[in-house]
Design a protein around this ligand. Structure first.
Ligand code: IMP
Ligand code: MG
Length: 176
């Protein structure tokens, strides 16, 4: 596995099973709704791609790219939209799909921004949740896995833009 990675925290099969469950849950909760999924780039794309194929309902897709000033492993608190959505979400049921909620800064800021566009509903689905690090309190309706306070990579998540391609979630050495 190389020097950088410590150990696998969540295996490929665990992820697959959980994503299937989430897909079934969302398909039921959003049945007969006008669902727009907004994927937060780049980290959430792997999760999104798998989750989408577990949905049995029609869905619109959009993407947003956010940046927070600061280094790669730490969120600075200042969130900037660097790529906006292109769809009109007014009166739509919007679901944000994110890779991980850490301090909560990124998503609380995105949530505020999207709410100003008057969607019918706005919920969050995150693959990972690190509640021990929360600074901004935020409601998350769908969580794949709750994880301890460690830095993880893989399945879309990066460290310095690397390791997104790993099919599992691993704890990285930057944590130690
Ligand atoms: P927040 O604003 O502190 O919730 O930070 C969220 C963003 O920080 C995520 O979308 C990730 O890009 C990044 N992040 C936080 N924790 C990790 C981690 O353990 N591995 C990789 N990226 C992380
Ligand atoms: Mg992210």
């Amino acid at each position: 596995m190389g020097k950088f990675l410590k150990h696998i925290l969540i295996s490929e099969s665990q992820i697959k099973q959980r994503v299937k469950q989430l897909g079934a849950q969302l398909s039921s909760d959003y049945k007969d709704k006008d669902l727009v999924i907004i994927c937060v780039l780049k980290g959430a794309i792997v999760f999104l791609a798998d989750l989408l194929r577990e949905l049995s309902i029609p869905v619109e897709l959009d993407f947003v790219k956010l940046s927070s000033y600061g280094n790669n492993a730490e969120s600075s608190g200042v969130v900037q939209i660097i790529q906006n959505i292109t769809s009109d979400i007014q009166h739509k049921d919007v679901l944000i799909v994110e890779d991980i909620v850490d301090t909560g800064t990124t998503l609380s800021s995105l949530k505020e921004f999207l709410l100003s566009q008057k969607p019918s509903s706005l919920k969050i689905c995150t693959l990972l949740d690190k509640p021990a690090r929360r600074v901004k309190s935020i409601t998350i309706e769908y969580v794949g896995f709750e994880i301890p306070n460690c830095f993880v990579v893989g399945y879309g998540l990066d460290y310095n833009e690397k390791h997104r391609n790993l099919p599992y979630i691993a704890v990285s050495d930057t944590d130690s």
